[in-house]
Ligand binder design. Structure first.
Ligand code: ZN
Length: 571
């Protein structure tokens, strides 16, 4: 059999324990035909075969990004970007420029706001936001998407100025004047403001398991497809060929299926059904229908996503003991324990995979307890239920991940690098058990890594660097760093396993789909501190080139000195 494409002279890390290294990969149609030494693989070349000389650079299975939000991440690229904006003057200038450029926008919307954007001790409240913009609705999303800050005009337009009573865990923060301060905590509090936007909040509906209330117009669908293509192209530039979207609805699956039929879907995408505490469990019928209707090699569902708690910074993560910076406060789970256990058992009975956002050690424990209960009630099977984030894990629970076959789905870029609101809440007693990647791996847990884009930049190479170079924020914390090979596995083979795709992708072996990522140098020769600055020069998805830039002449030597890398050229 003749190959369509052969990548040769590579340092291929196959993620296959039987043959971990190779020089060359041959591709025929959408499959890997062969993987091995140049001499053997190049024998598959015919007159029509395209040859790519990798010049000694690292060739990997296409990256699997195991937790991201494609629709909101892609949409976010069109918004006011607040990362790095500090102080009221800088904020005022950024908002004024954005407002002038978007004169028709119903809501001026920024993302990536730091909780301390105005400086320590200065609250981001409606009074501060009114100073930068009084006459038009303005809202700024915190970088973690758990808090939204709105000005008075936005609060009034959303009907929140006089407060609103909401289910536990969601809060319109009220001031001493009896009016909302402008700080809106968690999804149900911030949705009324998001609905003011021109996109109508369609990219956020999947976070609540909702479908568009009225069928989107042809123009709206075209705009949504345009936004999704932006996001997919961004992912391809970062070498991503598989992604587990962590919010979802049928509308998103239908949009992605449209791209698949056009031949423009450039990654395998898993889309869950999102079950909220407010929904009767009969809504899981919708999850089962999505699992049945979307079960191909490119587009799958079969996953139920739930939020069990919030985040440490805002005190909404559920901890077993008091927050160190808020005595008497432990946070609470968004589902009651009985309700959550019942929901898990029912989703599990349907044969669905479950992914639960659990950040605090109380939420992690309740998730593990509920997964254990489901296994008792429904009997043994290959479940691969997941805990998303698992940022604080009680040491007694570390071994339970492996015992229960639960996947720790974690985000290396999220670990704090210095003392801040997160670390103040965790405190010194829990700090050794926070972001405990090494402890979980050593306890035998299955694990997968990701960015949670748009919460962190969508860059597996940055994630690899973060996981290899992590430093504790207090002296003498245990070393939680992982080795290059452990981290690469999380972004390839183990990520594919977490998505039930190990028979399709995640390794470079004969017969799997041709999903590959070529870097601009030898990742094993680059200092860990410089891996995030490496570039993806080629992304191949399903046998087709999804992203390409010119391969440096002597890739391996150049990348040992990343500061001397020339500006890459687009082909
Ligand atoms: Zn997420």
């Amino acid at each position: 059999m003749t190959a369509d494409l052969i990548l040769h002279n590579a340092r291929a890390l196959t993620m296959d324990p039987v043959r971990p290294r190779a020089q060359s990969v041959a591709i025929g149609a959408d499959r890997i035909l062969a993987c091995g030494d140049d001499a053997v693989v190049l024998a598959l070349a015919g007159p029509q075969t395209r040859l790519i000389d990798c010049r000694g650079a690292t060739l990997l299975p296409g990256f699997v990004e195991s937790h991201l939000h494609l629709f909101s991440g892609a949409y976010g690229q069109t918004l006011l970007q607040l990362a790095g904006v500090r102080g009221i003057d800088a904020l005022g200038q950024a908002v004024a420029a954005f407002a002038a450029a978007n004169p028709e926008a119903a809501l001026l919307f920024g993302q990536g706001a730091d909780y301390t954007l105005l400086g320590e001790g200065h609250r981001l409240d409606r009074h501060a936001l009114d100073r930068v913009c009084r006459d038009r609705p303005l809202a700024l999303m915190a970088y973690d998407f758990h808090t939204l800050f709105a000005n008075t005009a936005a609060l009034r337009a959303a009907g929140l100025l006089h407060g609103r009573s909401l289910p536990p865990g969601n809060q319109v923060v009220m001031g001493p004047d009896g009016l909302a301060t402008g700080e809106l905590r968690e999804k149900l509090a911030l949705m009324p403001v998001l609905e003011l936007r021109d996109i109508g909040g369609r990219e956020m509906l999947g976070m609540s398991g909702l479908e568009p209330p009225v069928p989107p117009s042809v123009a709206d669908r075209a705009e949504d497809l345009r936004v999704l293509r932006l996001g997919l192209a961004h992912a391809a530039r970062h070498g991503i060929t598989s992604m587990h979207n962590m919010d979802g609805n049928r509308y998103l699956l239908e949009l992605l299926d449209c791209l698949r039929q056009n031949g423009t879907l450039s990654a395998r995408v898993k889309v869950p059904f999102h079950l909220t505490p407010e929904m009767p469990l009969s809504n899981l019928d919708r999850a089962s229908a999505m699992a049945r209707d979307f079960d191909g090699p490119m587009l799958t569902s079969g996953l139920v996503k739930m939020f069990l708690d919030g985040v440490i910074e805002s005190g909404t993560a559920a901890l077993l003991d008091d927050y160190t910076n808020r005595p008497g406060h432990r946070g609470e789970t968004l589902f009651t324990p009985d309700h959550f256990r019942t929901a898990v058992i029912e989703a599990d009975r349907r044969g669905l995979q479950i992914a639960v956002h659990a950040i605090g050690d109380a939420a992690v424990r309740l998730a593990l307890d509920s997964y254990a209960a489901a296994a008792v009630v429904n009997g043994p099977r290959d479940r691969r239920h997941r805990i998303e984030h698992a940022e604080v894990v009680h040491p007694d629970d570390l071994h339970r991940f492996a015992a229960l076959g639960v996947i720790a789905s974690m985000q290396p870029p999220h670990a704090p690098t210095g003392c801040n609101g997160t670390t103040d809440g965790i405190g010194p007693a829990r700090a050794p058990h926070a972001y405990a990647w090494r402890d979980l791996v050593d306890a035998g847990a299955e694990y997968a890594f990701s960015s949670d884009w748009p919460i962190a930049p969508l860059s597996p190479l940055s994630g690899i660097q973060a996981a290899m170079t992590r430093q504790g924020w207090l002296p003498d914390l245990p070393d939680q760093r992982l080795t290059l090979h452990e981290v690469l596995e999380a972004y390839t083979r183990r990520g594919a396993h977490a998505g039930f795709h190990e028979g399709l992708t995640g390794r470079l072996i004969t017969g799997l789909k041709a999903d590959l990522t070529l870097l601009d140098g030898d990742i094993e020769a680059v200092e860990p501190e410089s891996i995030g600055a490496m570039q993806v020069v080629l992304t191949i998805f399903d046998g087709n080139i999804a992203h390409a830039r010119r391969i440096p002449r002597s890739a391996a030597t150049r990348c040992a000195h990343p500061s001397r890398r020339p500006t890459p050229h687009e082909p």
